[in-house]
Design a protein around this ligand. Structure first.
Ligand SMILES: NC(=O)C1=CN([C@@H]2O[C@H](COP(=O)(O)OP(=O)(O)OC[C@H]3O[C@@H](n4cnc5c(N)ncnc54)[C@H](OP(=O)(O)O)[C@@H]3O)[C@@H](O)[C@H]2O)C=CC1
Ligand SMILES: O=C(CO)COP(=O)(O)O
Length: 325
């Protein structure tokens, strides 16, 4: 029996499968049968160029790879997670399902763990998140991630199963904090990219990163997250990586918005839909999320970077901390 299946043969799913197959029994599953059979032949995934797929890694579009697995890693983009779970419910029910995507479903405003719970109440949801570019993981570079599971015993078991010598996993029981840290940092990364792309400078980016982090905490804490989770790998750690590196697609998308340049619509940019979802959540909860709202407006083409930044500067002066007077 294959112990682990990775569902979603994009850059991240492929990287995780490559890393895990050194020490574990893993299969990489993708929905596109011709693409998976080309990948099986060429041992290369065009979504993760420069990485050879080890001979020991089966790559397949056969749904049996999902039903045969003890644990399934869900590496599809957040906006497609619900459809994937619905399509494969009989194969996935009752299993630990590890959500690896970073986003909030725009239709339901659910994070990945609630999406799993709603679609498959018998499954055990986990969240794997934190600062990690797919290419780094696939190359075996040192990486540290957070694995969240409400059940401590299962969390510890999966932590041992999914860690590798180079991929160090820390565990937590705070699913909401872990998934919101990963989802919301993408929104702030877009803001930071737009700032740099628009020529507003690194000091302004540092301000946006910091005030954006305050917004991440404001929303996440209100939704039940723990503050220390946001201060960890899944929040601050991933924000620092994503909001400062052109390795990030969210950051590059922001750069292109700032430069008024087109951006390839086929590239996965989770923060675009998540900005809109988070702005809606903030509106419903009566929270002040000005950076998030600005990104949602940018994504929807309702403002431009210069106007959005000026609006942020024009806001009334306030205390830095929400709790301070
Ligand atoms: N890339 C990275 O460095 C990292 C990515 N992540 C997260 O991982 C998630 C996936 O990103 P990434 O792999 O980079 O994205 P990619 O764009 O590289 O790939 C997305 C993959 O998801 C597949 N997919 C889309 N919809 C479905 C569906 N309904 N059923 C099955 N498969 C589907 C696509 O298949 P098809 O080709 O057929 O469309 C494609 O293989 C995102 O949430 C991202 O934030 C997290 C950490 C790092
Ligand atoms: O989540 C990531 C790094 O931790 C990948 O970021 P992008 O999706 O912006 O490329």
């Amino acid at each position: 029996m294959t112990r682990i299946a990775v569902a979603g043969a994009g850059a991240f799913g492929t990287a995780l499968a490559v890393a895990l197959c050194e020490t574990r029994d893993v299969a990489l599953w993708g929905r596109d049968a011709p693409a998976m059979s080309a990948m099986a032949q060429s041992r290369v995934n065009p979504r993760l160029p420069g990485v050879s797929l080890p001979a020991a890694l089966p790559v397949t579009a056969d749904p049996d790879a999902l039903s045969d697995a003890e644990v399934v890693l869900l590496a599809t983009p957040a906006q497609t997670l619900r459809a994937f779970l619905d399509d494969h419910a009989p194969a996935l029910g009752g299993k630990p399902l590890v959500a690896c995507g970073k986003g909030i479903d725009l239709r339901t405003l659910d994070g990945p763990s609630a999406t799993i719970r709603r679609a498959l109440p018998s499954a055990l949801p986990l969240v794997l998140t934190g600062p990690s570019f797919a290419a780094d993981i696939a190359r075996g570079l040192p990486t540290a991630l957070t694995l969240a599971c409400a059940d401590r015993t299962e969390g510890a078991r999966l932590q041992a199963l999914l860690a590798t010598p180079a991929l160090r996993l820390y565990r937590t029981t705070d699913l909401v904090g872990a998934e919101l840290g990963g989802a919301l940092k993408n929104v702030i990364a877009i803001a930071c990219g737009a700032c740099l792309g628009g020529g507003f400078g690194e000091s302004a980016r540092a301000a946006l990163l910091t005030r954006g982090f305050a917004e991440m905490q404001r929303l996440a804490l209100r939704l039940g997250a723990r503050s220390d989770t946001l201060m960890g790998l899944s929040g601050l750690g991933d924000l620092v990586l994503t909001a400062t590196s052109e390795g990030s697609r969210n950051y590059r998308y922001g750069l292109s918005l700032g430069r008024s340049e087109p951006f390839d619509a086929a590239v996965t940019v989770e923060g675009a839909a998540t900005a809109r979802a988070a702005a809606r959540l903030g509106g419903t909860l009566g929270l002040d999320l000005p950076v998030t709202e600005a990104v949602a407006e940018l994504v929807e083409g309702r403002t431009n970077v210069g106007t959005a930044l000026q609006r942020l500067l024009d806001r009334p002066l306030r205390a830095e901390q929400d709790s301070a007077d």
